[in-house]
Design a binder for this molecule. Structure first.
Ligand code: OGA
Ligand code: MN
Length: 205
């Protein structure tokens, strides 16, 4: 199969979002960038910089491992390493392409590393916090090397309200998933090994 150019890839994402509201792109980040970001995340984790993720915002914010068991580290802007700068740059290119193609008015990108220890999960949820509809588009970029189907850890994307139709995405390194934040409930299934990713949201004002 012919490889797509960088811009064609971004435009394919815009087309899919317009058609169905979600898309999975393999090798959005190449092997080297993926490996470098994985090392950043693992180093931060070893230094104790990741924090248990909370549920809810403001006064409703709380740690509930029966809902989500990941640990996160928000990415800084400007980026704190060269791979993270390249990463943020790619998401900026995506933001500009989507705004041009779909007039989404995406204004900023917030993102964090996420690490799910083996056996942890994130129960079914929607990415828009109550009282805050500013998260328009959810992005998840996986950082795991050679993920095997039997290791579990799929993202389950509920394509309809009642869960009859779902898309299951394995968290293979370099793979990007994007979906409209307000439209798709989703969950992270438990895995038999550590599962790491970058999760981000494009926001409107
Ligand atoms: C999230 C989330 C999905 C994934 O962090 O909100 O749903 O596949 N992550 O990691
Ligand atoms: Mn989510």
């Amino acid at each position: 199969m012919a490889a797509f150019s960088e811009l064609e890839n971004l435009e394919r994402i815009a087309d899919s979002l317009a058609l169905q509201g979600w898309m999975v792109v393999d090798d959005f980040f190449d092997f080297e960038l993926t490996a470098a970001l994985r090392r950043d995340c693992q180093m931060s984790s070893a230094q104790g910089d990741l924090r248990e993720a909370a549920v809810g915002g403001g006064e409703r914010r709380q740690i509930r491992t029966e809902v989500r068991g990941d640990e996160i580290l928000w990415m800084q802007q400007p980026a704190s390493s060269e791979p993270q700068r390249v990463c943020q740059d790619r998401f900026e290119q995506l933001r500009l392409t989507l705004n041009r193609a779909l007039q989404l008015g995406l204004f900023e990108f917030e993102s964090h590393f996420a690490r799910y220890p083996a056996g942890t999960f994130y129960a079914r949820h929607i990415d828009q916090l109550r009282d805050d509809g500013h998260r328009k588009l959810s992005c998840v970029l996986y950082l795991n090397e050679s993920w095997q189907p039997e290791e579990g850890g799929e993202l389950r994307l509920y394509l309809d309200g009642d869960g009859v139709e779902s898309e299951y995405v394995l968290p293979e390194g370099g793979r990007l998933v994007v979906f409209l934040s307000g439209r798709f409930a989703h969950e992270v299934l438990p895995a038999t090994r550590e599962r790491i990713s970058i999760t981000g949201w494009f926001r409107t004002r």
